[in-house]
Design a binder for this molecule. Structure first.
Ligand code: ZN
Length: 345
């Protein structure tokens, strides 16, 4: 089969690799119908994250089950399924707490595990990982495209909103206009936020943010952005969604939080050391909560709303490539020509 393999920074290739096979009775083999390239894939693509030549790439995928191991009970051959960006057993202490990303037997796709930017994949721990897509969806391409972001960015945006304590009537600020930030706007809207301020500067992305429910925009950065939000909210916002992961974004988040407010942070921390001003967090009793999103915990509820047509994050997928087009997709994302790429193997 064909799969995407990492070679070096700026160099990923689509190559013929052995077909995936059942190795444990808890495995499933899935033929991939939809996958994505993610902003977090750019860390190894840009050489900002250590990766080894030969490692597989891609952590967002959906497909059709082709084969299951003898112990798999929740899915069968022919089922259409989606997977969160990490696999998990669904039965350990952490899975039972809804923290599947800390599963004692789980791991993330790609690297030494199979990756989703491929024709097929071996899914370990299928019962704890895969979520069946209702048959009613069948081949509805628009609906399937709306479901795809649940594998990562929509679940991550939702995790930011939940971690920031967004509820009915909340005043919210979202830092970052990438796919996760835009999904954070959509998640805050879904949880009943009354006012949603997006901090970003790319017009095409701000347009999507408005479509997702943003009520205000702040295009400036740093101290200027902090002052602007403080002024327009008379003292800061109760819920901040930090959807970038660098020091500047965290500093801004701390600066725009209202005393007693909460910052939900989900951006993968990157860049040199994270020195941020704890004293304001301390003085104003600002809560910092979040981390890697346990997408498996959120997918069932988000799937219900997506299938019901109440949630649709697909506008963030603004470029589609086939499998051979994956290297071009990486280049387009690296050059910020696209928000997020959908792959149709
Ligand atoms: Zn577990």
């Amino acid at each position: 089969m064909k799969a995407t393999v990492y070679y070096a920074p700026g160099d990923v290739r689509v190559e013929t690799v052995p077909d995936p096979t059942i190795q444990y009775p808890t495995d499933a083999i899935v033929r991939i119908t939809h996958a994505c390239i993610c902003g977090s894939d750019l860390w190894f693509y840009r050489g900002e994250e250590e990766w080894k030549p030969g490692w597989r790439t891609g952590h967002e995928w959906m497909g059709i089950v082709e084969e299951v191991g003898s112990e798999v009970q929740t899915v069968k051959k022919g089922d259409r399924v989606l997977a969160p960006f990490a696999f998990s057993d669904g039965s350990c202490e952490f899975c039972n707490k809804g923290l599947q990303t800390s599963c004692v037997r789980g791991d993330f796709w790609g690297a030494t595990n199979d990756g989703g930017q491929a024709e097929a994949i071996r899914c370990p721990l299928a019962d704890g990982t895969l979520v069946p897509i209702p048959q009613s969806v069948e081949n509805d391409d628009a609906l399937l495209t709306a479901i795809l972001p649940l594998t990562d960015v929509m679940s991550t945006g939702h995790h930011a909103a939940v971690s920031a304590g967004v509820k009915l009537g909340s005043v919210v600020a979202v830092i970052g206009d990438g796919a996760v930030g835009l999904c954070g706007v959509l998640a805050a809207k879904r949880l009943g936020a009354e006012r949603i301020i997006i901090l970003g500067r790319h017009e095409s992305r701000l347009e999507i943010a408005r479509h997702f429910g943003a009520t205000d925009e702040v295009k400036s950065r740093g101290d200027e952005a902090i002052a602007a939000v403080q002024e327009m909210t008379h003292g800061g916002v109760t819920s901040v969604l930090e959807c970038v992961g660098n020091e500047a974004a965290m500093t801004t988040a701390i600066g725009i939080a209202r005393p007693g407010g909460t910052i939900g942070y989900v951006g993968v921390p990157h860049g040199s050391g994270h020195n941020f001003n704890l004293s304001r967090l301390f003085q104003q009793n600002i809560t910092l909560r979040g981390g890697v999103a346990p997408a498996r915990a959120y997918i069932p509820e988000l799937l219900v709303d997506t299938v019901a047509g109440k949630l649709d994050a697909s506008p963030v997928l603004d470029l589609t490539v086939n499998l051979e087009g994956v290297p071009d997709g990486y280049r387009a994302m690296d050059n910020r020509e696209t928000i997020k790429v959908m792959v149709r193997p």
